[in-house]
Design a protein around this ligand. Structure first.
Ligand SMILES: [Mn+2]
Length: 426
């Protein structure tokens, strides 16, 4: 489904008077609003190819219909999101779920929708039908060299697909680990994994990055071989300057201080990017900002005001992997993604309101109350009109979900694709 610019402009016109009142107020209250708006316009977050269908749990799946049946339709869905918010200008592919049959044609289609290809993702956490050896006891860590080789070859294959599409990074998430005490020699598992990653790293083009994603538990429940940011950082630093740690917000144990992790990874120049989602318990893959928007804001506060080893500011969205990694059990996937992107933009905008100089002064004088006042003043500011203004100036919709519903997009997609379609993915 293609939404024309006229339809978006007409929709915006109907809401313009109300928006103007709200934005004028926000503008008067906000110092440097023009700079903030420009940074919001420049920021893009990738949509993964596996998040466009209904997600499920191990108990069941309740698809809502009209899901994309092919990579082409997935690109059309991301294109639709990007048309509505002008912030979803990239797609991240999962191999082998989404192998392009013709990379050139897929690239052309993506370009028509204004989309770039973000990181490519390998998959050694499940067996494929035509696969010779099983990953039941791990992939890159496996005690069997032939299995490790199969997993390495798969990752190198993924890099080749990425090169064809114009991607510049590979994200490796491993489910490797053990389910029971005694099952695994931790040290050998680490060494095997490192050796395997080194072979994959050696196959990276010179301008590529390797992101090592960690996760605290599941599907292995006793130990994970890349279980936390410390282990990921160990791999990344041993691999070399093209390797980085990737932080998935849901991949921590409850109450982990993710903003502190972010700050220290930036200090080391090893923060590669994010998988955004939210959770109440652990890897719940809920809509970004739906459970703990304050944490999201605190993370953005570190991103916006922290610096890298050479004191260079962290430039959001340039060369780093920013992606939504959520699952949609009961919501329309596209509406859910629009909500996630909005939550990211709100947190980013709020972080830009923080007076970092005043905050640092408060810290240096141990003025705890002042420090809290400063960050909470930013967090409690309603920046939604500023985010909407950024969208408006970029040619997107003032209310992406409003227009999605008014146009009955899901019904149109069901009409085009059918009610019983199932997208590949989680
Ligand atoms: Mn992830």
């Amino acid at each position: 489904m293609i939404i024309s610019q006229n339809i978006i402009d007409d929709h915006n016109a109907k809401q313009m008077a109300k928006h103007k009142t709200l934005f004028d107020f926000a503008k008067n209250e906000t110092e440097g609003v023009e700079k903030i708006i420009q940074r919001l316009i420049d920021f893009q977050v990738a949509i993964p190819s596996w998040a466009l269908g209904t997600g499920g749990t191990r108990f069941g799946r309740f698809p809502g219909g009209g899901e994309p049946r092919s990579l082409e339709e997935k690109i059309e869905d991301v294109g639709l999101l990007h048309k509505l918010n002008k912030t979803s200008g990239a797609i991240s592919l999962h191999i082998p779920w989404d192998i392009p049959t013709s990379p050139k044609e897929i690239q052309t289609l993506a370009a028509q929708h204004g989309l770039a290809f973000d990181a490519v993702n390998s998959n050694t956490f499940q067996d494929q039908p035509d696969q010779a050896l099983t990953y039941k006891f791990g992939s890159l860590q496996n005690v069997n060299k032939a299995i490790r080789k199969q997993a390495i070859d798969h990752n190198i294959e993924v890099i080749k697909h990425g090169i064809d599409l114009g991607s510049k990074s590979l994200t490796v998430w491993l489910s490797d680990g053990s389910c029971f005490p005694g099952q695994l020699n931790f040290r050998k598992a680490f060494e095997n994994t490192l050796e395997s990653l080194q072979e994959i790293y050696a196959a990276l083009p010179s301008d590529w990055k390797l992101f090592v994603e960690y996760k605290a538990f599941e599907p292995n429940f006793y130990s994970m071989t890349v279980g936390d940011w410390g282990q990921s950082h160990l791999y990344a630093s041993k691999l070399g300057e093209k390797a980085f740690t990737l932080v998935d917000l849901g991949h921590h144990l409850p109450n982990a201080n993710i903003e502190q992790i972010v700050s220290l990874l930036m200090m080391e120049g090893k923060l590669g990017g994010f998988h955004f989602n939210d959770s109440k318990y652990g890897d719940d893959d809920l809509t970004v900002g739906s459970i703990n928007p304050y944490q999201l804001f605190l993370i953005f506060n570190e991103l916006t005001h922290g610096t890298q080893p050479n004191n260079a500011p962290f430039e959001l969205g340039s060369g780093f992997g920013w992606m939504i990694d959520a699952s949609h059990n009961i919501k329309d996937p596209l509406e859910d993604l629009l909500q996630s992107v909005e939550a990211i933009m709100v947190a980013y905008a709020q972080s830009l309101l923080v007076d970092s100089k005043a905050l640092e002064d408060a810290r240096e004088s141990n003025d705890v109350v002042k420090a809290q006042e400063i960050i909470q003043a930013a967090y409690r500011t309603d920046v939604r009109p500023i985010v909407a203004e950024a969208r408006l100036r970029a040619g997107a919709a003032l209310s992406p979900i409003g227009i999605f519903r008014d146009l009955k997009v899901r019904n149109v997609l069901i009409g085009e694709r059918g009610l019983k379609t199932v997208a590949t993915g989680l």
